[in-house]
Design a protein around this ligand. Structure first.
Ligand code: ADP
Ligand code: MG
Length: 253
């Protein structure tokens, strides 16, 4: 049995009288694609923001690899390897695709005076390694032939892919994605999920909010259903579609 990477215990996040997240429980194991679905307003994005430390929960606890994170800053949580693809600094439209990838890498030496004079060789080697990594990821997300394009010239779908690529440059252990297939044609959407699934087999874990259930359910290993701030059902994609709570969430009372 794979180890737990993210444990969420009875987490609540209220905004005044709005119970956006109102008792969520999850137990996510290392590896695989974990889906989070639910109708609009059910609290998915608020839950993501709470996991990322952008909101403090009103109650409940969140553990990442056994460490309690709900008192940590977003930066500290990011440093543990819990990354949101859309949290990495925004795309720079007037920079090339490759440069956008390179600035998203973590732990760069930078090219300050000290580094450029005294550590030139080490620094150049690191730059080359990062560029190789970026090229591999760009190949994976089918943007390699666009490395010299300005990111502002990409289509909406390609920009989404580049955001995912930038998330991967941060070397996450758990990558959160909010609707990666939105605005992408279904065939490309499927190819992306296929690639995320391949990556997940090498130990990377994904937690993905996706409205296009037919794509998500083909590749996810486990689905959580949220409704009105609560996790109301969970199961593998085949079984979840048999759950009354799943239909109730989407069809209302
Ligand atoms: P989802 O992502 O599932 O569509 P959200 O988490 O965005 O749902 O929203 C859940 C509920 O919380 C909604 O009723 C929304 O209006 C409310 N909400 C979200 N963020 C805030 C906020 N910052 N302040 C007040 N209410 C919020
Ligand atoms: Mg949302």
């Amino acid at each position: 049995m794979a180890e737990t990477i993210l444990k969420i215990e009875n987490v609540c996040k209220h905004f005044g009288g709005v119970y956006a997240v109102d008792g969520v429980n999850m137990n996510i194991h290392e590896g695989g694609i974990w889906g989070l679905v639910g109708p609009n307003g059910s609290g998915k994005s608020t839950l993501f923001n709470t996991i990322l430390g952008l909101h403090q929960p009103n109650s409940g606890d969140i553990y990442f690899k056994g460490q309690r994170t709900n008192k940590l800053s977003p930066h500290q949580i990011y440093d543990l390897g819990l990354v949101n693809a859309f949290q990495v600094p925004r795309l720079f439209p007037s920079m090339t695709v490759l440069d956008n990838m390179l600035v998203a890498a973590r732990g760069q030496q930078g090219d300050g005076f000290f580094n450029s004079v005294f550590f030139r060789e080490k620094w150049q080697k690191q730059e080359e390694e990062l560029a190789d990594e970026a090229l591999d990821i760009l190949e994976l997300i089918e943007l390699r032939k666009h490395i010299s394009s300005l990111s502002g010239e990409l289509s909406g779908g390609q920009r989404k892919l580049l955001e995912i690529g930038r998330g991967l440059m941060a070397k996450p252990k758990l990558l959160l994605l909010d609707e990666p297939a939105a605005g992408i044609n279904p065939i490309l959407g499927k190819r992306i999920f296929q690639k995320l699934q391949d990556l997940s087999h090498s130990g990377l874990t994904f937690l993905i909010v996706e409205h296009r259930l037919e794509i998500l359910f083909e590749f996810a290993s486990w689905i959580y259903v949220m409704d009105k701030g609560k996790t109301v059902a969970e199961g593998n994609p085949k079984d979840i579609v048999q759950e009354p709570a799943f239909y109730q969430a989407y069809l209302g009372k």
